[in-house]
Design a binder for this molecule. Structure first.
Ligand code: PLP
Length: 407
């Protein structure tokens, strides 16, 4: 198993060479990551050389359209799905909103959906509104102590009325990685589809959606080294069944059916830079193989580095009696998104950390339901520390020292 070459990684992100950011360690990655140079270069190229309506028969337009198609083709391949099963929308929140409109039309009163109180509001609020249509909304509740979602509880909620189960691959405050394949298999056995919010997971390695079995898998590219877009994987069987939400004459194109707005051409095209980056990482570490194999290799490479850096941070906070660590204290089963409840308002503590060269945030992070369910006042919020594979050991050491000073 290769060890991540952190110097190579950081050289791919202009932010690490930016004088105004020098000396500041970035720990609010779950809010939005730094952007890799491949994406920035493609965005600049699009705006300078291709800023015309795409898909017309002149060279600049043809190239612009080809780059937009390339983004979908290559990201889909990395995630183990067909090109037309991947589409872009303005954000994950807007994507779930559109998808919920489609389910609203497809479902009948008396049918049920399952949502969690562990999710970011984006993958729960829009679905809960289906209650307005007479659809029964069942809540899969997290454990108030640990934040854990127990699959035994899900089993009790599933029956033949359930059409859809919505849950996160990983919550943006609990951090625990949920067993997507297992949950999906349970939902499918009961005849339900699943919608997985992968926003907090994808930055730590794109999953193979085919292997997970999920019907819908969502993530936000601006948290995954790319431009500000929401990426949707909708598997063909479900996409064809759900009513079209786009212009009627676009109903035949799966990748257009759930994107009613005209897409942001430049950002869609620039998203191919995410694939450039993942492939460059694999290549640099001596890997070659199919796109899906590259996706898996990069995933494991990133995770191994993150796990190594995360455990010391968890160890530094887990036994303190002046704070509460949300989620597991073991790095293997969680993302490096670490929320701490402090029994006081978190944001001023984040401001203190800034004085020590740490960029982090405090608040509810739109996981209001999860915080409330865990007995945390959302107005006090949590201090959230989140990093990715491009974070260095030295930065984590600096963070631990800074935490010692401000807590
Ligand atoms: C877990 C999770 N899901 C969904 C979202 C919403 O994503 P977007 O900003 O693309 O709407 C976020 C954003 O913070 C998130 O952390």
């Amino acid at each position: 198993m290769s060890v991540l070459d952190i110097d190579f990684v950081r050289a791919q992100f202009p932010a690490f060479a930016e004088p105004s950011l020098n000396g500041q360690a970035f720990f609010e990655n779950a809010g939005g990551s730094y952007t890799c140079r491949h994406v920035i270069d493609r965005l600049t190229r699009f705006y300078t050389q291709r800023k015309v309506q795409p898909y017309a028969p002149y060279e600049a337009s043809r190239l612009g359209g080809a780059e937009m198609d390339e983004a979908r083709t290559r990201l889909a391949a990395l995630m183990g799905v067909a090109t037309d099963e991947l589409s872009f929308g303005p954000s994950t929140t807007q994507n779930t909103y559109v998808l919920a409109q489609a389910f609203r039309k497809m479902m009948k009163p008396g049918e049920a959906i399952i949502v969690t109180n562990q999710d970011h509001e984006a993958n729960t609020g829009p679905w809960r509104r289906l209650a307005e249509e007479g659809i029964e909304v069942r809540e899969w509740k997290l454990d108030p102590q640990t934040g854990h979602l127990d699959t035994a509880q899900l089993e009790n909620l599933l029956d033949e009325n359930v059409r859809l189960v919505c849950f996160p691959h990983c919550s943006n405050v609990v951090g625990e990685i949920n067993p997507v394949a297992e949950i999906t298999a349970m939902a499918h056995a009961a005849g339900a589809f699943v919608c997985v919010d992968g926003v907090s997971y994808a930055p730590h390695g794109l999953p193979n959606v085919d292997e997970l079995g999920a019907d819908i898998y969502l993530f936000s590219s601006y948290k995954t080294y790319g431009p500000h877009q929401g990426v949707m994987v909708i598997r063909r069987a479900l996409g064809a069944l759900l009513p079209n939400q786009a212009h009627y004459f676009n109903a035949g194109d799966l990748y257009k059916r759930f994107t009613p707005a005209g897409p942001d051409h430049a950002q869609v095209a620039a998203s191919a830079g995410m694939a450039d980056y993942f492939e460059a990482l694999a290549d640099h570490h001596g890997h070659s193989g199919s796109a899906a194999e590259t996706g898996a290799f990069v995933h494991d490479l990133m995770r191994a580095h993150e796990i190594k850096l995360l455990q010391p941070l968890l160890d530094a906070v887990k036994d303190r009696n002046d704070l509460r660590l949300l989620g597991p204290s073991t790095a293997e089963n969680r993302a490096p998104t670490v929320a701490l409840a402090l029994n006081r308002t978190a944001e001023p503590v984040a401001a203190q950390l800034a004085e020590h060269g740490i960029m982090a945030g405090g608040g509810d992070f739109y996981a209001v339901r999860a915080l409330e369910a865990m007995g945390i006042d959302p107005s006090e919020g949590v201090l959230r520390i989140s990093f990715t594979h491009y974070t260095s050991e030295a930065e984590v050491a600096k963070l631990i020292e800074a935490l010692d000073r401000v807590l």
